[in-house]
Design a binder for this molecule. Structure first.
Ligand code: ADP
Length: 242
């Protein structure tokens, strides 16, 4: 992958997405243009059904657009095969979801090791990298607990450790605080801010909570399958000391 004159990390042009066909066809995205620079922390907001998750799935290479172009670090994603897209996803992207999506009977350590297993890392290396990632999210000492033995906030931390264990360029978070109370939500936001600030991970986060979006550098508002408003905020708010 080439990295010449520093193109934006993400460049979407004229992106459309139509689900279904004929009279049942529904256009979830109706021409999205969006650039995201490396190192940004972007919040995505908008009413339910406005296309936020569809856009996240396209950016995360979990789905393909009906039309338009997507460049990731200058590479045209639409020109990649399914396997190449999977490789790009594995190498560059981490995902965090509202519902954590952890394996239930599996320890925090094993959950976090999973992406490294897919990468073919050896046992000792996997163990060490997972331990470091859990440490990074404040869960040192909790390696051997299963999700049922952890609070919601801790489970989301495990999910974040799993997302960052492979040192992604981009973290895609779809309502990461949607299942958490305010205190736990703010802790998760502080963690995401730290990963962005200290490790240079670009973050794109869907949220419907203005309080959480306030942590971002930028808020992109979707409506009816389009970007309605793109709001820059600076500087990034700092977390209050506890
Ligand atoms: P948001 O995340 O903003 O709530 P989505 O991107 O999930 O919006 O959905 C946008 C629109 O596309 C919605 O009207 C939704 O019903 C429709 N949609 C999403 N996924 C599918 C699908 N797999 N098949 C058909 N329609 C879909």
């Amino acid at each position: 992958m080439t990295d010449s004159a520093t193109p934006p990390l993400i460049r979407l042009r004229g992106i459309t997405k139509t689900y279904g066909s004929g009279s049942a066809a529904f256009q979830a995205l109706r021409g999205v243009d969006l650039d995201v620079a490396s190192g940004e922390f972007t919040a995505v907001m908008g009413p339910s059904g406005s296309g936020k998750s569809t856009a996240m799935n396209l950016i995360g290479c979990l789905d393909t657009p009906s039309d338009g172009s997507y460049h990731f670090r200058g590479v045209p994603v639409q020109g990649l095969s399914r396997d190449q897209r999977a490789l790009l996803r594995r190498r560059h992207m981490g995902f965090v979801f509202q519902g954590f999506h952890l394996l239930a009977r599996t320890t925090a350590q094993e959950n976090v090791e999973l992406p490294l297993l897919y990468r073919g890392e050896g046992t000792a290396q996997r163990r060490e990298h997972a331990r470091q990632a859990l440490d990074q999210v404040g869960l040192a000492g909790w390696e051997h607990h299963t999700p049922a033995e952890l609070s919601g906030g801790q489970q989301q931390r495990v999910a974040i450790a799993r997302a960052i264990v492979s040192a992604p360029t981009l973290l895609l978070a779809d309502e990461p605080t949607g299942n958490l109370d305010t205190a736990r939500s703010l802790e998760i936001m502080e963690l995401l801010v730290a990963l962005n600030r200290d490790h240079g991970i670009t973050v794109i986060m869907v949220t419907h909570e203005p309080e959480m979006a306030a942590f971002a550098h930028r808020v992109v508002h979707f409506r009816d399958g389009r970007v309605e408003r793109d709001e820059l905020r600076s500087p990034q708010p700092q977390a209050e000391p506890a």
